[in-house]
Design a binder for this molecule. Structure first.
Ligand code: MGP
Length: 210
């Protein structure tokens, strides 16, 4: 079809008309179709009630498995920097609880990014969003399968963002995840980002041992 014919809808011939109808239908169903994520993810919220057992403060908010549902959720909830001190957001693969005791976490650990109090308004929301985009975009190459989830902790002593992986002994996967995560957050190559096995963190808290 010439450019003139394309520009003039009346010039479309019968067979072209069928094609055009078909294309229109395809477009409509494409527009109605959400973009699936590789994994289904679950958002958890932990509120700060010190008089309760830690795990009783933890609640599932919702699950999402499409790009569109992720953005709808992200735009609906409070930004990290507006949460009350003592709160956590956790985003984990569906089926994994954001706790050391979960079967998928117990041998694992976390890459930990600590922010100073001054950095809350400058960096916290950016770091958390970038972390979420890394998770749902499966950004960690061969380390992606080791990813369990991520925890954002808002604390008056300094906020934290942590990326949890499933096996602290799988050094190659741990290092791949750490290298990519550091790059994606735009941290200075010389800056130190530590990996902590959950067994060590838990032993310090005295609440759990493996
Ligand atoms: P936290 O929320 O990771 O750190 O753990 P916070 O609030 O900065 O305090 P600090 O201890 O690092 O100074 C706070 C406490 O929550 C821990 O000491 C545990 O008692 C409990 N807790 C945290 N996590 C992630 C777990 C968990 O996975 N399992 C259990 N059983 N308790 C946990």
């Amino acid at each position: 079809m010439s450019h003139e014919e394309m520009a003039d809808p009346k010039a479309i011939k019968d067979s072209d008309q069928d094609d055009a109808e078909c294309k229109k239908d395809c477009q409509i169903s494409f527009l109605g179709h959400k973009h699936p994520l590789q994994n289904c993810w679950c958002l958890w919220f932990l509120r700060n009630e010190k008089n309760r057992v830690w795990s009783d403060n933890l609640r599932i908010v919702t699950k999402f498995d499409t790009v569109e549902d992720f953005w709808a959720l992200y735009n609906h909830i409070q930004p990290a920097s507006r949460l009350l001190s003592g709160s956590d957001y956790s985003v984990f693969k569906d089926g994994i609880s954001p706790m050391w005791e979960d079967e998928k976490n117990r041998m694992g650990g976390r890459w930990l990014v600590m922010l100073s109090r001054q950095q809350r308004h400058l960096l916290l929301d950016t770091f958390w969003l970038e972390t979420l985009l890394c998770l749902i975009g499966e950004a960690f190459e061969e380390g992606s399968g080791d990813i369990c989830g991520s925890v954002l902790s808002v604390r008056s002593k300094g906020d934290r963002v942590a990326l949890w992986t499933s096996d602290a002994d799988r050094k190659h996967a741990v290092l791949t995840v750490g290298r990519i995560y550091k790059e994606r957050l735009g941290l200075h190559p010389e800056s130190v980002m530590a990996y902590q096995p959950h067994a060590d963190t838990a032993a310090k808290s005295g609440d759990f041992s493996i």
